[in-house]
Design a protein around this ligand. Structure first.
Ligand code: UDP
Ligand code: MG
Length: 315
């Protein structure tokens, strides 16, 4: 008998928790029917400070299945990344999966994932999922494609486009992820950084089973920026590069001005262009200062050593 821990972050997911449980139970029944090895699910629901009745739904589910279903409830909303961190550090299964509760990460795929990982001498330690066609509006699709392009250019950890957070991991892979204590957690980057061999499954995207997505475009944009700063120092180099380039150009300008003054005498024309240049350079300086500031703020948050989440209740 092997245990598979399922880490399921939930934020205002009252309508979906039971749906998720029922669907996944059926998948495990099928898994155990078709395999000689038996697998026991170990549900770890993480209530990420939901404002609705999600916690009560979890309590009831735990009461009905006290051995199989556990939950961790945060004192407020800490974000999905913190929910992952809480789940991973409490998962004791031989295999550990992280998946969304809204059934956009189809539990049926678990069977294929288990087949890949649970073989003697399997070369893979993690199975990830990539969404083939994603039904989203064109603006979101464009922004998301640009994000993957930029981060793959700027960072040394490769991140596959449209990879979901849905994955099944071996024990040693989970331990590697847990050995990364950072406060600023961009899990797609962390999962890629730890290495090991990843197998990607492709599947057709499905809409949410119920409820609504809690991500606005602005939040996604902010999340992308954070990710970039967490896993790349290219923006810092960019700031130095822009500074260097401007220095070089201004030296050329200076030479031009000196030569012109020697041969043609001084001129008082051109104050408008000087003002524009000064304004432009001030802008560049503030921009670069902003980049540096972003990294300093990350250092600030890391050095505080605050907990990634606070647990209010668990069972
Ligand atoms: N989620 C979370 N905390 C948050 C936001 C979302 O735990 O602050 C959970 C949410 O309950 C869901 C998963 O993260 O299980 C993915 O969220 P959602 O479906 O809203 O995102 P999408 O599928 O649109 O990327
Ligand atoms: Mg979703």
């Amino acid at each position: 008998m092997k245990t598979i821990s399922l880490i399921v972050p939930c934020y205002n997911e009252e309508p979906t928790v039971n749906l998720f449980y029922d669907t996944t139970e059926k998948v495990f029944a099928k898994l155990n029917e078709t395999h000689e090895e038996q697998y026991q699910p170990d549900y770890i629901f993480v209530n990420d400070g939901s404002a609705d009745n999600t916690l009560n739904v979890m309590r009831k589910l735990h009461d009905a299945h006290p051995d199989e279903v556990h939950y961790i409830s945060f004192s407020r909303n800490f974000g999905k990344e913190s929910a992952f961190a809480a789940g991973l550090s409490n998962a004791h299964g031989d295999f550990v999966a992280v998946m969304d509760v809204d059934l956009q990460d189809p539990p049926e795929l678990l069977i294929e994932m288990v087949d890949i990982l649970d073989q003697q001498d399997s070369e893979y330690d993690v199975v990830g999922c990539v969404q083939k066609s994603r039904r989203q509006n064109p603006v979101r699709a464009f922004l998301s494609a640009s994000f993957y392009k930029v981060i793959n250019k700027m960072s040394k950890v490769p991140i596959k486009q449209n990879v979901r957070d849905y994955r099944l991991m071996t024990r040693r892979y989970v331990d590697a992820v847990l050995s990364m204590p950072e406060y600023n957690r961009f899990s797609k980057g962390i999962f890629s950084w730890v290495g090991f061999k990843t197998k990607y499954l492709e599947y057709e995207g499905v809409p949410r089973a119920a409820g609504e997505t809690s991500w606005s475009i602005w939040q996604l944009f902010d999340y992308s920026l954070e990710a970039l700063v967490d896993f790349s120092d290219v923006p810092l180099k960019l700031a130095s590069f822009i500074g260097g380039l401007i220095c070089f150009l201004s030296i050329l300008g200076l030479v031009f001005v000196v030569i012109r003054a020697i041969f043609f005498g001084g001129s008082v024309n051109g104050w408008a262009s000087i003002v524009s240049i000064i304004l432009f350079l001030s802008g560049v300086q503030l921009f670069c200062l902003g980049i540096v500031g972003k990294y300093i703020s990350k250092i600030y948050l890391e050095t505080k050593h605050r907990p990634k989440f606070i647990i209010q209740e668990r069972r």
